[in-house]
Design a protein around this ligand. Structure first.
Ligand code: FAD
Length: 283
């Protein structure tokens, strides 16, 4: 029996908040010992291109947890990609999550790579020692015509050097199991980590379903309806639901669980308290 990987994702504080607030998040995660923490990459003209590397360095050097840096393609030209990769290397980053990124309404992309697989291929040439991870979509990427086509495109990422996949959030584990079966049948044999995001508010659920095309199973819809105006109850139910999802994934032998921590260490700690014995047991 293999031990599933447990990883977390944090994002750089908004431009209006001091970058030091990330310490509150990281301090709060001290009792959780994730296999890695990934740091998202913000796109757009106002984004600080150095912040992902700086936070990754803090995670590596001060918290002694391996950091994974996200990097997007659409709004970065080759020089910006090179600069980001050099900064990641200096920060001690050993793995990059290569992403295409989303189109920003009204802003023409200035990048040279149209797909994440192009960026992955470039990173494997430019930084041969760096591991490359990729994103995948159990319910199909919103722009793809169908799941099989999306999985055919996903195979291009693997062929370009991606060695680990992390899924978009989903709330129905059956979608994940179906996706993994299809990916394996297509010859995708790298570890696939399940992305789990605890329900936190009805507003964020609505945003996720409209932007990512993620479906809500009846249990999550019922939760959102019943506790729409009772945030503490909704958050509590969300943590219980996420814990149950993770328990079921571990029972099914999942390669790993990637918790979208949303810079909320208390939520992570509570979920980890529920599920950590299951990870130990699987080891
Ligand atoms: P791609 O793999 O390029 O796929 C995008 C679409 O193009 C899909 O429909 C795919 O089927 C299709 N496609 C792919 N290759 C080809 C090809 N060769 N020919 C034709 N069609 C093709 N966004 C951020 O801005 N910052 C982040 O830090 C960030 N982190 C993320 C982390 C995870 C785990 C996930 C799941 C998503 C993250 N995103 C982030 C969002 C991501 O940028 C979007 O989901 C984006 O729409 C797609 O990115 P991708 O890398 O999967 O793109």
């Amino acid at each position: 029996m293999h031990s599933p990987v447990f990883s977390l994702e944090v994002f750089p504080p908004k431009n209006s908040s001091p970058v030091g607030t990330i310490y509150d998040t990281l301090d709060g995660l001290e009792d959780v010992h994730p296999d890695f923490i990934s740091v998202t990459y913000r796109q757009g003209a106002l984004a600080d291109r150095t912040v992902t590397a700086r936070i990754a360095k803090t995670i590596n050097d001060e918290y002694h947890i391996p950091a994974v840096a996200h990097l997007t393609a659409l709004y970065n030209d080759e020089q910006a990609i090179d600069q980001a990769l050099d900064m990641f290397e200096e920060a001690g980053v050993k793995a990059v999550l290569a992403l295409r990124g989303d189109f920003i309404e009204g802003v023409e992309p200035c990048g040279v790579f149209s797909h994440a697989s192009d960026l992955a291929a470039y990173i494997s040439r430019r930084k041969p020692g760096m591991r490359i991870y990729g994103a995948c979509y159990p319910e199909c990427h919103v722009e793809a015509s169908n799941l099989q086509t999306d999985i055919d495109n996903l195979k291009r990422k693997i062929d370009a050097g991606v060695t680990r996949l992390i899924t978009q959030l989903f709330y129905d584990n059956a979608d994940f199991y179906r996706f993994v079966d299809l990916a394996r049948a297509r010859g995708i044999d790298v570890p696939i980590e399940a992305g789990i995001m605890p329900v936190r508010s009805v507003k964020s659920l609505e945003r996720m379903t409209s932007c990512n095309g993620c479906c809500l199973p009846p249990a999550v819809k019922a939760m959102a309806d019943r506790w729409r105006d009772n945030l503490p109850a909704l958050k509590q139910a969300g943590m219980v639901y996420a814990s149950q999802q993770i328990a079921d994934l571990v029972a099914h032998g999942v390669d790993g669980v990637h918790l979208y921590a949303m810079n909320r260490p208390r939520t992570v700690r509570k979920i980890w308290a529920n599920v950590s014995p299951l990870f130990d047991e699987a080891a």
